[in-house]
Design a protein around this ligand. Structure first.
Ligand code: 2NL
Length: 354
């Protein structure tokens, strides 16, 4: 009996899991278990023998049952401990960062330029990015031999053999949009043409696609003085401070006279501030629309005249937000833009906060 006891108590103590424990229970105290068999033997014993063996067997059965119960609890506790260890969770960890989108700075500046010129009475025109070369070049008085027309600077569309349509190009400026606007509505006209333009040029300061806003004002007696006022008004609104401009004589095939326009700025410690100081920064090209260009667009140059200008949106965006590197505009990692203070869904408003 003592042997039987020691065997089961020891086996229960070292049972690995509930299944092993259940097997021991069946073996020891199950209907056909060793203890039950021994109990059946009681009937064949003398009353004296039975008197000691009976209570001893009952006590052994009780002891084994309690050992089984205790071990079962111990195993359950161990299993729970193990789960608590494995499924441990630090609820004090910071939450997951939410990816927040933001309107691209170039889009913001595009919208802002549009809003400022709209306030001055300019309509907004858009047109195709794939142009035939008459709209992109000939109408603008850019002759066939002009370097800008060379394959180097311009992306020419592939033409299948037998296609006899005029050559098509990715527009190199948004001027063709303004040619189309003049053809469609004639003079007088005040229009701006913001959009994507393309040149086969790629280095630290040039990307093959960039953004331009061109402007055009044609009426009976529009002059360079009107141009200067419009541009100073524009830059002052855009930079939020009074900005002077300086005109330098220049040359474009599509304007005569032509001027490059600088804005007033200061250079301090490698950063540029617009609207103060006595340095100058070139920001756009402009002039009085060439009579040949008016004629090509169906506007009578003996009756009408006006100014045109073109500036780079990417460039004035970099100036306003202090972005030194064009790569910022082409990097899809928003942390780069966030560094410059662009917040989610920040949209430009018209002056006066409409
Ligand atoms: C530059 C130069 C310029 C124009 C663009 C223009 C458009 C028409 C007629 C005449 Cl429809 N001119 N646009 C005029 C002068 C300069 O851009 O360097 N832009 C960044």
């Amino acid at each position: 009996m003592q042997e039987l006891r020691d065997k089961y108590i020891q086996a229960i103590g070292s049972a690995a899991d509930e299944a092993a424990l259940e097997e021991l229970r069946v073996q020891a105290v199950g209907k056909k278990g060793e203890i039950s068999l021994k109990m059946r033997e009681l009937g064949r014993m003398t009353p004296e023998e039975r008197q000691t063996a009976g209570p001893a067997l009952n006590a052994l059965k009780d002891e084994i049952n309690s050992a089984l119960a205790a071990k079962k609890t111990a195993l359950a506790d161990a299993a729970l401990d193990e789960r608590l260890q494995a499924e441990w969770l630090d609820v004090t960890l910071p939450g997951r960062d939410r990816r927040v989108g933001s309107i691209h700075p170039v889009s913001q500046v595009w919208e802002e330029c549009t809003a400022i010129f709209a306030d001055m009475g300019f309509a907004v025109a858009e047109g195709p990015q794939v142009e035939d070369d008459w709209y992109n070049f000939d109408a603008l008085n850019i002759p066939g031999h002009h370097p800008a027309r060379a394959e180097m600077d311009t992306f020419y569309m592939h033409r299948a053999a037998g296609d006899d349509r005029p050559p098509h190009v990715l527009r190199t400026h948004t001027s063709p949009v303004q040619i189309r606007a003049m053809q469609a509505q004639g003079a007088p006209i005040r229009v701006i043409a913001p959009g994507r333009v393309y040149r086969a040029d790629y280095d630290q300061t040039h990307t093959p696609m960039f953004h331009q806003v061109e402007g055009l004002a044609i009426d009976r007696d529009i002059s360079m003085a009107n141009l200067k006022w419009v541009l100073e008004e524009f830059f002052s609104a855009y930079f939020g401070t009074k900005v002077k401009t300086r005109f330098r004589a220049s040359h474009f095939p599509f304007t005569e006279p032509s001027a490059e326009v600088d804005i007033q700025c200061s250079w301090e410690g490698g950063t540029v501030k617009v609207g103060e100081g006595d340095d100058w920064l070139e920001v756009l090209g402009s002039g009085i629309v060439h009579p040949k260009v008016l004629e090509a667009a169906g506007v009578d140059p003996s009756q009408w005249q006006g100014f045109a200008f073109g500036m780079g949106i990417d460039r004035i965006a970099m100036l306003k937000y202090g972005i030194p590197d064009l790569r910022a505009f082409f990097d899809s990692d928003l942390r780069w833009l966030r560094h410059y203070g662009f917040s989610a869904l920040q949209v430009p408003t018209l002056r006066g906060g409409i």
